[in-house]
Design a protein around this ligand. Structure first.
Ligand code: PLP
Length: 405
């Protein structure tokens, strides 16, 4: 018998990292569905539409034509060109294809950028409510997340004075996300300029501008690329983009960073050792998406807009539910403070997690707890599901809150 004891251990970096909270909710919803429960899923972080046929066709052709080998690590050149052609327009700034690194989705591009910008002990400012993976990614690269709280009653605007106060000598990165997940908020030019003004006094801070929902913005709101508001900061701005949400391509895993050359080279070196290039034929599909005319996502945006207006009007008419009108992405973020501390039967709902768990178990309506985004008294609804489902789910949700005592 072997008397040597196995001493495997999980690294402390990952042992203290919880799994993605949003994925946890969808798994529970999937489990209930398998048990036969009629679940209405407001948890989805992805369009319910299928990828447009034109995009699929180009990827199929690529596969059949033998486009199945490695591409250059940073992505195939025509795709990089298409990425910068559009980004240059959005940013009103001339961007160069060499600044692009194509990655396995925006999540990967964000991780690459954080890995290349931060050393252990550095600080990264995250604006709360934030997308759920930012703080975890920051910790995974050994840096410390510094949370800058915003307030629903000030429409989640960043207070420039509070931002200035949060910046220290150790601050390396500020993460911005507009259109925002979870609030649906879209920053306007004046707000971005006010943020830029603070950053001019902090040359050690780079900006990671996550603009993956840039095409999902509803009139009269307009997406403003960070460089359009602050072109003079171009040597420290990394823009993150992706085809996942705008073209219903979440499973294709194509996203990118557009960074100053020095940062871009570092990202490419890191990616060359960590994961190599992104999937070759998925890059062909992404290229088709970017070259297609805008009608390819117009229909999707029109649908989302209808659902957004319906969801906003229903939720804001419900007793004790408070929210601002979402302007972009496909989420509504609602304040449920007036229901916390109440009971459903014998179960006391202390926070957003108790609330969402009870709502899912009792009514089959799946909503994401605000705790996943740094606000434990809010919940996030996704309207990336059909109008009929939205109506049914909101009816059940309304009945649920009426039973809380
Ligand atoms: C704000 C934000 N950034 C990044 C991502 C990751 O996108 P991708 O699927 O391209 O990795 C998401 C996905 O939900 C997101 O909401």
């Amino acid at each position: 018998m072997n008397d040597t004891q196995t001493t495997t251990r999980i690294s402390s970096r990952i042992a203290s990292t919880p799994p993605s909270a949003t994925l946890a909710v969808s798994s529970r919803a999937a489990e209930l569905r398998q048990e036969g429960v009629d679940v209405v899923d407001f948890g989805a972080g992805q369009p319910d539409f299928d990828t447009p046929v034109l995009i699929k066709d180009r990827a199929i052709e690529a596969l059949q034509g033998g486009f199945t080998k490695y591409t250059p690590t940073g992505g195939m050149v025509p795709l990089k060109k298409a990425i910068t052609a559009r980004a240059s327009e959005v940013q009103s700034f001339d961007l160069n294809p060499q600044q692009v690194v194509v990655a396995n989705g925006a999540k990967h591009a964000l991780f690459n950028a954080l890995y290349c910008l931060c050393d252990p002990g550095d600080e990264v400012i995250c604006i709360s409510p934030y997308w759920t993976s930012y703080p975890e990614q920051i910790q995974l690269v050994g840096a410390t997340p510094v949370i800058l709280q915003t307030d629903a009653h000030r429409d989640y605007a960043v207070d420039p004075a509070a931002l200035a106060e949060a910046i220290t000598d150790r601050t390396r990165v500020l993460i911005l996300n507009s259109p925002n997940n979870p609030t649906g908020r879209v920053y306007d030019q004046a707000e971005l300029e006010a943020i830029a003004e603070v950053l001019r006094k902090a040359p050690q801070v780079s900006v990671l501008s996550d603009e993956i929902y840039d095409r999902l913005v509803y009139a009269p709101s307009e997406h403003i690329g960070f460089l359009r508001a602050a072109p003079d900061l171009a040597d420290r701005v990394v823009i993150i983009g992706s085809v996942s949400k705008s073209f219903a391509m979440t499973g294709w895993r194509i996203g990118w960073s557009i960074a100053p050359l020095e940062i871009s080279k570092a990202i490419e070196t890191f990616q060359s050792h960590a994961t190599s290039c992104a999937n070759s034929f998925a890059q062909k599909g992404a290229l088709a998406a970017l070259l297609a005319d805008s009608s390819i996502n117009d229909a999707m945006v029109t649908q989302f807009d209808k659902r957004r207006l319906y969801m906003f009007s229903r939720l804001s008419s419900m007793q004790g539910i408070d929210l601002s009108e979402p302007q972009g992405a496909f989420y509504a973020f609602a304040d449920i403070r007036s229901y916390l501390g109440k009971k459903r039967g014998e179960t006391k709902l202390q926070d957003s997690i108790d609330f969402c768990k009870s709502c899912l178990d009792e009514t089959g309506v799946s909503i994401v707890p605000g705790a996943a985004f740094g606000m434990n008294d809010h919940i996030r609804f996704s309207y990336a599901t059909s109008s009929d489902e939205i109506e049914k789910g909101l009816d059940r949700f309304e009945e649920f809150i009426e039973t809380l005592r």
